[in-house]
Design a protein around this ligand. Structure first.
Ligand code: NAI
Ligand SMILES: O=C(O)C(=O)[C@H](O)COP(=O)(O)O
Length: 398
């Protein structure tokens, strides 16, 4: 069996080499020509796959090691008898940590405490659902908007227009759907962007075209009060530089780029392929992936819990690093080609990032003894709510 795989799928050899011969290619260079004798195609989000691309090739299975599937023509591939698989939820936690980091930075920049704001989450699936759960566990007031779920008679949702009227912060987590009753392309158009509350924060880490980028640039030119964070862009990797400079934070589609998230994506597609082939999936991520955490961070259990949580979050992931790298690439690039290459390079060479679960947070008092008292309890509770499952009272005396 011949497997053609995007070169940016980690552990592809470890998982798939027993199943067949693997050819690794840059995702944007995978086309019909490269698949002439391929049986299996493993992609990431940058490779559009239509039935026409695979016509005349032996490909019978297409797996994307991502959550999003908008780059796959699912209906066309199914009609052509080609099995498709994706990796639901694989990097959802990374996106939640990205959004939490953005909230910390926006708080610092505006002087508004994010925990006292109303956060509107649009799209309450794998990512949005985890974000809602985390924010609510941190006692943040959340509004949920998900018309497809609301239509299933589920309770607790508001319409998008109600959310826009009431939310101080809007975070988008919908799939990109170009057609249909719940289409999301340009879900935020000029009319809705104009109606954002004064000083609203908008975070888009879903897909670029969910926000009309030209309209957003024009609205930002007129409204300096809005605080916008974009991780995803219309026409990626060709980023509108005039829009990027108007964003408080701008990053190159890396919200979900924890190593853990990428590895889970590889494992999920390995399992899907084994099931398609009728083979048992005998390899596991637990055996193949790095098992070590990112160390221990000692924090003073007598300091306010929100400081403790902010410090631990910054230690694990700080979106300002990605923002700085992206901006310096945009400034250094001369012309569109270099900007596009720079966008892809930042993603390909993305630094090691682990998730909060891997950081052991030790809570000790100023004398190095395990924290006691109400505040330590609050710190522990908030750390666990934020995802630091390894938070403990720590004794420095050994
Ligand atoms: N920037 C990044 O690195 C990443 C981006 N993503 C993007 O985030 C998207 C969401 O991911 P998941 O939560 O895992 O997807 P999901 O499919 O689990 O959840 C999406 C939710 O959006 C809802 N929805 C659909 N149309 C809607 C509409 N018009 N208005 C409001 N809600 C609507 C659905 O009912 C569903 O509950 C992905 O499709 C992908 O495009 C995902 C992972 C990483
Ligand atoms: O999983 C998704 O959906 C994402 O948006 C991924 O973060 C995309 O990563 P790449 O596939 O573009 O590496």
């Amino acid at each position: 069996m011949h497997i053609v795989a995007d070169e940016n799928i980690p552990l592809v050899d470890a998982f798939f080499s027993d199943l067949g011969r693997i050819t690794r290619l840059p995702g944007r260079r995978i086309d019909g020509h490269a698949l002439q004798d391929a049986d299996v195609l493993l992609v990431r989000s940058v490779t559009p796959v239509a039935a026409a691309t695979l016509a005349g090739t032996p490909v019978r299975f297409v797996g994307t090691c991502t959550i999003g599937t908008d780059h796959l023509d699912l209906a066309g591939l199914a009609a052509a008898g080609i099995k498709t698989a994706s990796a639901p939820g694989c990097n959802a936690r990374g996106v939640v940590e990205y959004v939490l980091s953005c909230l910390l930075v926006l708080s610092e920049r505006t002087g508004r405490d994010w925990r006292k704001l109303t956060v509107g989450v649009v799209g309450v699936g794998e990512v949005g659902g985890r974000l809602v759960a985390t924010l609510e566990a941190l006692d943040v007031h959340v509004l949920r908007c998900d018309p497809p779920r609301a239509e299933q008679a589920e309770q607790g949702f508001v319409s998008l227009d109600e959310l826009i009227d009431q939310a101080d912060v809007i975070s988008l987590h919908v799939p990109l759907e170009v057609t249909g009753r719940h289409a999301t392309r340009h879900l935020l158009d000029t009319a809705r962007l104009d109606r954002l509350r004064p000083g609203a924060w908008l975070i888009n880490s879903s897909r670029g075209p969910v926000v009309d980028n030209l309209a957003l640039r024009q609205v930002l030119e007129a409204r300096g009060d809005l605080q916008v964070v974009l991780d995803v862009w219309e026409h990626e990797p060709d980023v509108d530089i005039d829009l990027a400079v108007r964003c408080v934070l701008a990053t190159p589609h890396i919200a979900g780029y924890s190593l853990d998230g990428k590895l889970r994506g590889t494992e999920q597609i390995y399992r899907e392929l084994c099931s398609f082939l009728g083979r048992s999936a005998d390899k596991t991520l637990a055996e193949l992936s790095p098992s070590q955490g990112v160390g221990t961070l000692l924090l003073d259990s007598a300091t306010p819990p929100e400081w403790v949580v902010a410090k631990a979050l910054r230690y694990v992931y700080d979106v300002r690093d990605d923002d700085a790298r992206f901006r310096s690439m945009l400034v250094a690039a001369t012309g569109v080609t270099q900007r596009k290459e720079g966008f892809d390079r930042l993603r390909k060479e993305y630094p090691l990032r682990r998730e909060c679960q891997w950081l052991a947070v030790g809570l000790a008092d100023a004398d190095g003894q395990p924290g006691t008292g109400t505040r330590t309890g609050q710190c522990e509770r908030m750390l666990k709510a934020a995802g630091f499952s390894g938070a403990r009272r720590h004794d420095l005396r050994g």
